[in-house]
Design a protein around this ligand. Sequence first.
Ligand code: TEU
Ligand code: CA
Length: 535
Amino acid sequence: TSNQTWWQDTVFYEIYISSFQDGNGDGIGDFAGLTSRLGYLQDLGVNGLWITPFYPSPKVDNGYDVADYFDVDPDFGTLADFDHFIEEAHRRGMKVIIDVVLNHVSTDHAWFREAASDPKSKYRDYFFFQDAPNGWSSFFGGSAWSKEPDGSQVYYHKFAPEQADLNWQNQAVRDDMKAMLRFWLDKGVDGFRFDVINFLSCDGIGAENPVDEQGKQIHLNDIDQLGIYPCVRELCGFVREYAAQKKTAYFLVGEVGDEALAKLAPYQGPDMLDVVFNFNLGSIDSFDICRVYQELKDMEKHLSGLPTIFFNSHDMARSMSRLCHENQAAAAALAALTLMAKGVSFLYFGEEIGMSNFIPGNIEEMKDIQAINHFNLAVSEGKNQRQAYGDALEKCRDKSRSYMSWNKSDFSGFSRSKPWIGAANVVHSPNVEDQRNDPESLWHWYQKLIFLCRDNPALAFGNYDHLSLDEKLLHLSRRWDDHIVHIHINFSREKKLIDRQNFREILTSRGISPCEPDYLPPFGVLITREIENAY
Ligand code: TEU
Ligand code: CA
């Protein structure tokens, strides 16, 4: 087929900028550090990078509270460092997509400052100011309304009070955001990850939300508003027009934090997003292959475009702890699923060495606003410190935000000085250096899978020829043209008989015994192809 684009044979890798590599020794990751690790990323094989927000920000929500869309935060470097990074990434054949936060701005942003200091300012209508709050709750806990600093009204924020929601009904907001996208397109980025794209307030403040039996608010009227679709179409149309002028293609992925496929589907399409960053797999909390299989089938059935495949991000606990319970073999099996299933695969830094969760020992060690808010909420409800810590830990996204473990030196080679966040409380204490020296390591397994995924057209572009689950033995076949690849993954703790059918083996995980080549060991993986010299 003729409509293949570069992002289909791209393996994306999310860089949480403050935790990847510190270049100047202040304990915070930055562009200089990241650029110095591009060779590493090239060796690993990932060819698409997603960079989390790096714009000037008070970092109440670690950069998802943008104070200026046209610059780089001094913690992360300068615009020149950014340009150099893009240039070096491109030189190494990697594409770069950046995270843009469209739903809200920091209350330090000039728009909000002007809106709050002068009720007659044109920026007043960039936000939602009212005399009194409605009942909508914030995703970080508590009311979604806060009193404006010096005035008498309240303003709306779906997240922290320091993240004021923009009024997307206002054409001026949409135009300003398009100017922002143009600025970064001109700088050479290859696409965008639109943060919480289904949250944009396009229909204003409407009906109250219902609550469930536990009294928890169901976000029925504040998200997925009908007015969002034309907004998304306008943004995507703008980028596609730019693409047409440049005779190139940009990748547009939008975060839609929902698992209801009927809600996801309308965001995807030729005049909408290329793919939605959907949580059908990512939100699975304890590993259940039946559930994963069901989600794969449902996504296949209900999404017209490709799904995204990931089990890790900066918003969730690490899969090594959450799903694999520190079991390396299980992590290898999950890696095969992540990279071989049909869809756009997103890896998260540190996943390739099996990094575990970081468990902050007390509230002072928690950096995540969501955790801190829940702690304060619990205390205000009369819970004791221990219970409040428990509530906070449950919500705490710092688990996956600790710094990259490069080697055994102090601060793991991430920085020369004390990092901004604590060290992962690791069981295996994996690090890149050791794993690269061990050909049997998880790192090498990821590397093999990544290159296979990039280089084999059936894995890049192919549809499912077969998708089945038999007693925890997952069998996927992907076909493109006359290329056919079979993937068998044993998600059980028993060995499983498989039918090799004399297909040529391309990749196997450790543990297949030469005496019993037809048996997959627990968590074993076998990948074969049907046609000789198929690629
Ligand atoms: O996440 C949106 C989102 O849905 C999460 O906040 C989610 O509700 C939460 O993590 C569940 O634990 C995006 C960003 O990825 C996140 O880091 C930001 O905090 C958020 O938007 C606000 O910008
Ligand atoms: Ca730094």
